[in-house]
Design a protein around this ligand. Structure first.
Ligand SMILES: O=C(O)CCC(=O)C(=O)O
Length: 468
């Protein structure tokens, strides 16, 4: 079957694009774009590539050979993904070199191996392979995971799972012919992906069309858009209208939330990929979580009358979606508190910034308002009421070193984006000292449920002197 391809992804010179224009045209409109000119000075683009433009495989064996990584066998499907193997980087490189003499994409029985989801930055924090372009700095997911765990209840998660969720900054490496099946990204996050070397072909389907690649029960999506897609199983597949593009070496692609995409490496390719979300797409994350929650509940419908029902649903949700309601709620509380603390600090630095005119202050307010919006949605969700939410004590959180470090890195990141100077974010602990507790939390510092967070946020808006 021939795909209906009716458009190309726009290509824009990233050096000539302002952050505000990126937000307006792509982030807020949830549209894909390829950005050029942003990787020229990356160490990865020099050290990881040989003179002939091919991946410098020897460097990976020599420098990072002992790292344990996940490798997809692109020729073998396992459920909705490719079969995964675990091996060291040097084993992967050896297999790559030994199969590179054949050029027929696994057809001769040799596996087509694709190293994916390597948490390179986490593993080698001192090896600065690249710097995240300003367009992608407002990344709540990775900023949070650098200082906190997503799962508050470690007993219910396997060690392996925790390692896999330690951050969402990855290196991908694969020979020509390796590929990624059709999918939308984890948490319905955004992603960005930079080609250090090699080229990729992308096929995109916008969210309003995604039902076309699902079966009639909306349970399973097409795995490979180029295999013989069964018309009786996927009756509307032929109606789907795709966007495509070729991403060249050094180019970065922005993948918007909820867009299904399939990706093929046209040459031996190394890429850097991040998944991320922020105030513009956080509602996608909650909507997905809610959908997956109802799905998890549906599977154990016959246990609905049991006391453990909600607990089981949440456990299954965490296993399937990467977080449960409680993880997401705690994430929102910490994020709200950090944004408030920074904004409070900015607005209370006498004469430093005029709230109404400050771009940065508007940005923190935007974050807080989006968090309130999601919290209002959470509040109206009945399943939420019975899932045993533990309290967070805001006063205690502010004293917690991980949280202080989190505010500090948030402050630094946003300073970079908005050229804030003169605000010392490491002073957060002393700024919000005990005398101010009654001012900060007149209704008590414990957050038990969405109502409490909304009360806190409304009070915070008043303190900062703005309408919620
Ligand atoms: O590069 C690939 O193979 C897949 C990347 C991807 O799906 C993404 O960045 O969202």
């Amino acid at each position: 079957m021939v795909l209906k391809i009716e458009g190309k992804v726009e290509k824009v010179n990233g050096k000539e694009l302002s952050y505000a224009d990126f937000v307006e045209n792509y982030l807020d409109r949830n549209q894909p774009v390829i950005l050029t000119g942003l990787t020229d000075d990356w160490r990865a683009c020099k050290d990881w590539v040989s003179g002939d433009g091919e991946p410098n495989l020897r460097l990976f064996s020599d420098k990072f050979g002992s790292s344990r990584v996940q490798v997809a066998d692109c020729a073998t499907r396992e459920f909705t993904d490719q079969k995964r193997l675990e091996m060291s980087v040097s084993e992967f490189i050896q297999l790559w070199i030994s199969s590179s003499s054949s050029d027929n994409g696994g057809a001769d029985g040799k596996p087509l191996l694709y190293l994916k989801d390597w948490h390179f930055v986490k593993e080698y924090p001192d090896y600065v392979a690249y710097t995240t372009p300003v367009f992608f700095l407002d990344d709540w997911l990775n900023l949070y995971l650098d200082k906190h765990h997503m799962h508050a209840d470690p007993e219910s998660y396997q060690e392996r799972n925790e390692v896999n969720c330690s951050d969402y900054r990855f290196v991908y490496m694969g020979a020509k012919g390796t590929w990624t099946p059709l999918h939308a990204d984890v948490f319905r996050s955004y992603s960005w992906s930079a080609n250090v070397c090699g080229r990729k072909q992308w096929y995109f389907l916008c969210p309003s069309q995604h039902h076309l690649v699902f079966d009639r029960y909306m349970k399973a999506a097409v795995y490979n858009i180029f295999e013989n897609v069964c018309k009786s199983k996927y009756p509307k597949f032929e109606e789907a209208i795709w966007l495509e593009c070729t991403q060249e070496r050094g180019e970065i692609i922005f993948v918007p939330s909820g867009w299904y995409h399939q990706v093929h490496n046209l040459e031996d390719t190394i890429s850097i990929n991040h998944n991320w979300f922020n105030g513009y797409n956080i509602s996608w994350v909650w909507d997905l979580l809610l959908r997956e929650y109802h799905e998890a509940a549906g599977y154990i419908e016959d246990l609905r009358e049991c006391d453990e029902f909600e607990g089981l649903c949440q456990r299954n949700l965490a296993a399937n979606a990467g977080m449960d309601f409680r993880d997401f709620f705690i994430f929102l509380i910490r994020f709200a508190l950090a944004n408030f603390v920074i904004l409070y600090q900015i607005t209370s630095s006498k004469g430093f910034i005029n709230l109404s005119s400050s771009e940065a202050s508007q940005f923190f307010l935007f974050n807080l308002k989006n968090i309130k919006c999601i919290t209002l949605k959470m509040k109206s969700e009945a399943g939420w009421q019975n899932c045993g939410i533990a309290a967070i004590d805001l006063a205690e959180t502010i004293e917690d070193q991980s949280f202080v470090d989190f505010c500090d890195s948030l402050g630094r990141t946003y300073s970079m984006m908005y050229n804030l100077i003169g605000v010392n974010f490491s002073q957060i602990k002393t700024l919000l000292d005990h005398e101010q507790t009654s001012v900060l939390y007149p209704y008590g510092s414990h957050i038990y449920n969405p109502d409490d967070l909304i009360t806190f946020l409304d009070h915070a808006f008043k303190l900062i002197g703005c309408e919620s």
